[in-house]
Design a protein around this ligand. Structure first.
Ligand code: IMP
Ligand code: MG
Length: 182
């Protein structure tokens, strides 16, 4: 698995240091508020686990299974894999996602929450903010790292469902992209 990585972009220790800052900020901002964190699966499972253990607030957690990526390209279609959404009426909602790329996923999630949930306030927190011309304009309220427009894997992020369990974030070798293409 590691032999398929061209270059490490973010070491695990660097990611965890940054999560300390993000968690501190979020903890201050949501003091005394009824907070529900909704994490978008599968990509944000590692980010969610590491971030939320650094936030000592009485928050609630939900997760939505969502897919929009196929291979190394965004498909343009955001698919919600469940109909149920947690009751967040009157609550503050923080959406967690691994990466903000075209903006389509977070836009679709916000649209759905704004239309159906009755939440008091909805914000977003992404680990990675890709420097690209977004298809759908979207600005994250909290972001861990800005990264260049390259396809990355690890720390929850996948390429055709592989590499999610790498502890760091790295760029794949072209040869590995070709080998696992489908
Ligand atoms: P968006 O809807 O294009 O903003 O894309 C968001 C989703 O696409 C993320 O939740 C990821 O699952 C996936 N994605 C975007 N860029 C990458 C990447 O570089 N590596 C792996 N997955 C990515
Ligand atoms: Mg994802």
């Amino acid at each position: 698995m590691i032999e398929d990585i061209e270059r490490v972009l973010l070491e695990e220790s660097i990611i965890l240091q940054r999560l300390d800052d993000l968690a501190q900020k979020i903890t201050l901002d949501y003091q005394g508020k009824d907070l529900t964190v909704i994490s978008l699966m599968n990509g944000s499972f590692v980010f969610m686990a590491d971030l939320l253990r650094r936030i000592p607030l009485p928050l609630q957690i939900d997760s939505w299974s969502i897919s929009s990526y196929h291979g190394t390209r965004t498909s343009g279609r955001v698919e919600f894999r469940q109909n149920h959404i947690a009751d967040v009426k009157g609550r503050h909602v923080l959406i967690l996602d691994d990466i903000l790329d075209s903006g389509r996923t977070l836009r679709a999630v916000f649209d759905r929450l704004e239309a159906e949930s009755g939440a008091t306030n909805i914000r977003s927190c992404v680990l990675l903010d890709k420097k690209v011309q977004r298809h759908t304009p979207f600005v994250a309220d909290y972001a861990g790292f800005e990264i260049p427009d390259e396809f990355v894997v690890g720390y929850g992020l996948d390429y055709n469902e592989r590499y999610r369990n790498l502890p760091f974030i790295g760029v794949l070798k072209a040869e590995a992209i070709a080998r696992h293409a489908r």
